[in-house]
Write a protein that binds this ligand. Structure first.
Ligand SMILES: Nc1ncnc2c1ncn2[C@@H]1O[C@H](COP(=O)(O)OP(=O)(O)O)[C@@H](O)[C@H]1O
Ligand SMILES: [Mg+2]
Length: 311
């Protein structure tokens, strides 16, 4: 089975992948929850690709991006003359996805009218085009995603509770990136290869440390953008130094470095400098010692004191 492009070896992500593999075999609607940029759409695609509907279309629409009436006709289609500008009859995405999967991103943003049409699809397997009274049968698996709390939307009267229960027969939660920092190195390597395929740059040790300690409020999407930014600033270089990271990523890491007693901070910094220099000289201890102006013995002592290990 292909991985559907989902990178992540942390325990939570492995669990998520197992869950996806299981759910891909069924037809139940799945609600995918998680902060923006965590990979909800990738999860939806995997649910489709690993299931029996894989030969049929996977169609995705972001409910947040369109006006209410446009979204409604995009999704459900319309009859000729249903509204000004509806010159021809047109099927919507639900019909176009027949046999396959429809992914409704930002489902909380669906208008009341669109919500009731969607409920009909889920309950009866039937669709009504805008302006039409003839129902048509459709066989579509509905996957949806939101970064909002739908219960709250229901409590505020903005979302139908009967629709909520239909959509979230199963809920899948995609964890925020800060809850799984161990995935950051693999994701970073993946994006370096994706955006600089000819000659993927490497990261200086300090850069990796900063990337791993930053909390990534924009999740994987923000990490990918950070990597692209660094690549574009790299020029002819081959290693990404901390200077190529954006200020907020560097500052956050600095804040981390400014914790602890003077002795602890100095030691952390010393270990960092030694590690960077070893990296630069391919872990040749003689050349590293010369570059740092210390004896070889003293360098070896510190390497073992700080538990530094080569590639
Ligand atoms: N686990 C992952 N492995 C590889 N790429 C990922 C992963 N999670 C997210 N991405 C990438 O990050 C970006 C945002 O993902 P997306 O699925 O659109 O997030 P969401 O729908 O939760 O906002 C996409 O370019 C996606 O390919
Ligand atoms: Mg998305």
């Amino acid at each position: 089975m292909d991985s559907s492009g989902i990178i992540g070896h942390s325990a939570v992500m492995r669990q998520l992948l197992d869950q996806i593999a299981l759910l891909a075999r069924s037809d139940v609607p799945v609600l995918i929850e998680g902060e923006s940029g965590t990979g909800k759409e990738l999860v939806a695609r995997a649910l489709h690709r690993w299931g029996r509907r894989r030969e049929c279309p996977f169609l995705a629409i972001n409910s947040g991006g369109l006006t209410d009436s446009l979204l409604e006709s995009e999704l459900f289609g319309h009859q000729r003359g249903a509204f000004t500008g509806a010159y021809a009859e047109k099927p919507g995405l639900v019909e176009a996805a027949d046999g396959g999967t429809l992914f409704l991103d930002e489902v909380a943003d669906l208008s009341a009218a669109a919500q009731s049409r969607l409920l009909r699809v889920l309950q009866e397997g039937e669709i009504l085009r805008v302006g039409s009274v003839d129902a048509r049968c459709v066989d579509v698996r509905i996957l949806s995603a939101t970064h909002k709390c739908l219960e709250e939307e229901v409590a505020r009267g903005r979302f139908r509770h009967d629709l909520l229960y239909r959509l979230r027969v199963v809920v899948v939660h995609v964890p925020a990136l800060r809850e799984r920092p161990e995935d950051i190195p693999a994701l970073t390597r993946h994006f370096l290869g994706k955006h600089a395929p000819e000659n993927p740059p490497v990261l200086e040790r300090q850069t990796s440390l900063l990337l791993k300690s930053y909390p990534w409020p924009g999740n994987v999407r923000e990490l990918e953008n950070e990597v692209r930014r660094a690549i574009s600033l790299l020029g002819d270089g081959t290693a990404i130094c901390p200077g190529l990271l954006s200020e907020r990523v560097r500052e956050q890491g600095d804040r981390l470095r400014t914790r602890g007693s003077l002795k602890e901070r100095v030691c952390r910094y010393e270990a960092l400098v030694i590690r960077e220099t070893l990296d630069r000289y391919g872990w040749n201890k003689t050349r590293t010692a010369v570059a740092l102006g210390v004896s070889r013995q003293s360098l070896i002592r510190k390497v073992s004191l700080y538990g530094l290990r080569g590639p």
